[in-house]
Write a protein that binds this ligand. Structure first.
Ligand SMILES: [Zn+2]
Length: 65
């Protein structure tokens, strides 16, 4: 098991875009409404995923465009 990047708990889960996430967090995110106060967690996740995505892009094209 690894530490979940979202809740910080050591739980069983899986990797998405290089980000380790537990099943509990994934289920919460999958069923979270934008009106829910957990939306902040969702926004944090998107920001993390985007930063991973951007850093992957930089690795693939180090000279940039
Ligand atoms: Zn979690």
């Amino acid at each position: 098991m690894m530490f979940c990047k979202i809740c910080g708990e050591e739980r069983r889960g899986f990797r998405i875009f290089g980000l380790y996430m537990c099943k509990e967090c994934f289920n919460e995110l999958a069923f979270t409404s934008v009106l829910d106060d957990k939306y902040d967690i969702y926004k944090n996740l998107v920001r993390i995923l985007l930063s991973y995505y951007i850093s992957d892009k930089k690795r693939l094209s180090p000279k940039g465009i």
